[in-house]
Design a protein around this ligand. Structure first.
Ligand code: FES
Length: 140
């Protein structure tokens, strides 16, 4: 027998696990999941749980982040946090984006289970790593 998990069933499951609606929407939509061809920066990071994230950044001459995408091997918390992080950094300068922290992402998600808070950290650290790697290769 094949069991088809609809997004409604997934939504209910995540809600019961402690994910608030905005977090669930980010997870289900996955709007910034994937890669950017000709990205200006591609960086990878490994979380304390062993899961990995790769970030692709498109940064213009004014050092404004025009686009970002994540490839993720990780849980629902990691995916929703990474998608929210992109919404936070798009249109910001790289220095403004470096000021974004776990609390800012949590505020957008509204809630995820406590044991998943380190997944937010992975999303933010990966984004910061991408920016630092980018800064290291350009003249300041
Ligand atoms: Fe590894 Fe969430 S990213 S458990």
């Amino acid at each position: 027998m094949t069991i088809i998990v609809t997004s409604n069933a997934e939504r209910k499951m995540l809600s019961e696990a402690g994910y608030a609606d905005p977090a669930i929407n980010y997870y289900l939509e996955k709007k910034y999941m994937g890669y950017i061809e000709n990205a200006d920066q591609v960086s990878e990071n490994v979380g304390s749980c062993g899961d990995t994230m790769k970030i692709y950044l498109k940064i213009d001459d004014q050092k404004i982040i025009r686009d970002a995408r994540y490839e993720i091997t990780g849980c629902a918390g990691a995916i929703s946090a990474a998608m929210a992080a992109v919404d936070l950094v798009k249109g910001k300068t790289i220095d403004e984006a470096l000021k974004i922290n776990d609390g800012d992402v949590f505020k957008i998600l509204e809630n995820i289970p406590e044991k998943k808070h380190h997944c937010i950290q992975l999303a933010v650290k990966t984004m910061h790593k991408g920016i630092f790697d980018f800064k290291n290769k350009i003249p300041s």
